[in-house]
Design a protein around this ligand. Structure first.
Ligand SMILES: Nc1ncnc2c1ncn2[C@@H]1O[C@H](COP(=O)(O)OP(=O)(O)OP(=O)(O)O)[C@@H](O)[C@H]1O
Ligand SMILES: [Mg+2]
Length: 356
C-alpha cells in the first residue's frame, strides 16, 4: 500500500490536445479517491499517467516516496481495472488471475493461496474454470477485479469499471466494491462520469472540467458547498436550479426576473447589496409554502415515494423540485414553492465562483 502524490502534472497530446492542466493531488495511503467530470475532461488521461500508460508532459508523480515519472508501468506496482474488463478471452478465470503472478515469478503455492483468497472475497469460486465468454458482464468484471486483487498492489486504478453493467448490477457491484475497499484498504483512484457513483464511493471526490481540477473534498462537503457553478450542476441529481439576478439594496433578498424575490435569510448577509449573482437551489430543497414562488407544473416523474416535478416559473424560468406528494399533480397545476431556510447557494454570475 502507498500514498500517491501528483505535482503540477500536465498532459499535452502530440496532436495538441491539452488534456490535463497543472494537476496537483495528494492521495493518502488507503484512501478511495474518485475523479468525476464530463466526457473529455481528462479523467482517463490522468489515471493512465498514474499507471504509466501515458507519458506526462511535465510535473511529477510519486508512488510512496518514489518518483515514477520514468518508471515503466509494470514496475509501478499498480493494478488497473478497465471498463471493458480486458480479460484474456482464451484463458480461464483462474488462468487470468494467475497470469500476472506467474510473470512476477510468484511460486505456485503462493499463487494458489492468493487466487483462492481473492475468489472467496469476490464470490467467484465457481467461475474459476470458465472462460470470459462463458460469463455475464458482472461476472467478468469480478474476475477483472480479482486479477487486480491477487497482485496485492500498492494502489488500484479504476476506469469506469461498472459502466458496462446494467443499473441494478452496477448498484450491487458498487456496494461490493465499497465493502472490498473497507476490508483491503488499498489506495484507490476511481474514474467515473456518474456523480452518484462518485458521491457513494469516494472518501473524497475530485471534480474536473477541461483538464482542470475544480474542487477536491469529501462528497458531502462538495454537495453542500460547491465551489463554483460547474461543480454545483455536476454534483447532485436532479441538477441544481439556477437563477440569475441580483442582491436587493437592503441586502436581505435575491431579485430575479419578472419580480421574482426570495428572502436570503440571515446567513447570507455577507454578500454586498446590488451585486449580480446567480442563485442556486437544489430540487430536494424546494418545499410547498403559502408565500413561495408561484410555479406551474409542466411534467412529473414519479419515483415512488417522491416525485420529480418540472415547473415553469416567472420570466421563462424552469425549476425542478423533488417533492413528497400523495398524488402526481396534473400538468398546468399551480404550486407555491419556497427554498427551505439555509439551503440557498450564491455564485458570482461572471466568474461562477461561490460567494459566502
Ligand atoms: N491518445 C490521444 N491523443 C490525442 N488526444 C487524446 C488522446 N486521448 C484523449 N485525448 C483527448 O484528451 C482529452 C481528455 O480525454 P480523456 O480520455 O482523458 O477524457 P475522459 O474524461 O476520460 O472522458 P470520457 O468520460 O469520455 O472517458 C479529450 O479532449 C480527448 O479527446
Ligand atoms: Mg475516460
Amino acid at each position: 500500500m502507498s500514498s500517491l502524490r501528483l505535482t503540477d502534472v500536465e498532459k499535452i497530446y502530440p496532436g495538441g490536445a491539452h488534456a490535463v492542466r497543472g494537476c496537483s493531488l495528494e492521495i493518502a495511503d488507503g484512501e478511495f479517491l474518485v475523479l468525476v467530470g464530463p466526457s473529455g475532461c481528462g479523467k482517463s488521461t490522468l489515471l493512465r499517467m498514474i499507471a504509466g500508460l501515458e507519458e506526462i508532459s511535465s510535473g511529477e508523480i510519486r508512488i510512496g516516496d518514489r518518483v515514477v515519472n520514468d518508471v515503466a508501468p509494470k514496475d509501478r506496482d499498480i493494478a488497473m481495472v478497465f471498463q471493458n474488463y480486458a480479460l484474456y478471452p482464451h484463458k480461464s478465470a483462474r488462468a487470468n488471475l494467475e497470469f500476472a503472478l506467474k510473470l512476477r515469478g510468484i511460486p505456485k503455492d503462493e499463487r494458489d493461496r492468493r487466487i483462492a483468497e481473492a475468489a472467496r472475497q469476490l464470490g467467484i469460486e465457481e467461475l474459476l474454470d470458465r472462460r470470459p465468454g462463458q460469463m455475464s458482464g458482472g461476472q467478468q468484471q469480478r474476475v477483472a477485479l480479482g486479477r487486480a486483487l491477487v497482485r496485492n498492489p500498492a494502489a488500484f486504478l479504476f476506469d469506469e469499471p461498472l459502466s458496462n453493467l446494467d443499473a441494478k448490477l452496477r448498484h450491487k457491484t458498487r456496494g461490493e466494491l465499497k465493502e472490498l475497499h473497507r476490508r483491503v484498504a488499498t489506495t484507490s483512484v476511481y474514474v467515473t462520469h456518474d456523480q452518484e457513483e462518485a458521491m457513494t464511493l469516494g472518501d473524497r471526490v475530485v471534480v474536473m472540467k477541461d483538464g482542470l481540477i475544480q474542487q477536491v473534498g469529501p462528497p458531502l462537503e462538495v454537495y453542500r458547498k460547491p465551489s463554483n457553478l460547474f461543480v454545483a450542476t455536476v454534483i447532485g441529481a436532479p441538477a441544481m436550479n439556477l437563477v440569475e439576478g441580483r442582491i436587493t439594496q437592503d441586502g436581505g433578498s435575491f431579485e430575479g426576473p419578472d419580480g421574482l424575490t426570495l428572502p436570503l435569510g440571515s446567513d447570507r448577509s455577507g454578500v454586498e447589496p446590488g451585486r449580480r449573482v446567480t442563485l442556486g437551489v437544489r430540487p430536494q430543497h424546494l418545499e410547498p409554502s403559502a408565500d413561495g414562488m408561484e410555479l406551474a407544473v409542466r411534467i412529473c416523474e414519479p419515483l415512488g415515494d417522491e416525485t420529480d416535478v418540472m415547473l415553469d416559473g416567472p420570466g421563462g424560468l424552469d425549476f425542478t423540485a423533488r417533492l413528497r406528494l400523495d398524488e402526481v399533480p396534473a400538468a398546468g397545476l399551480k404550486m407555491r414553492l419556497a427554498p427551505k431556510p439555509g439551503t440557498l447557494h450564491l455564485f458570482d454570475t461572471e466568474s461562477g465562483v461561490r460567494l459566502g
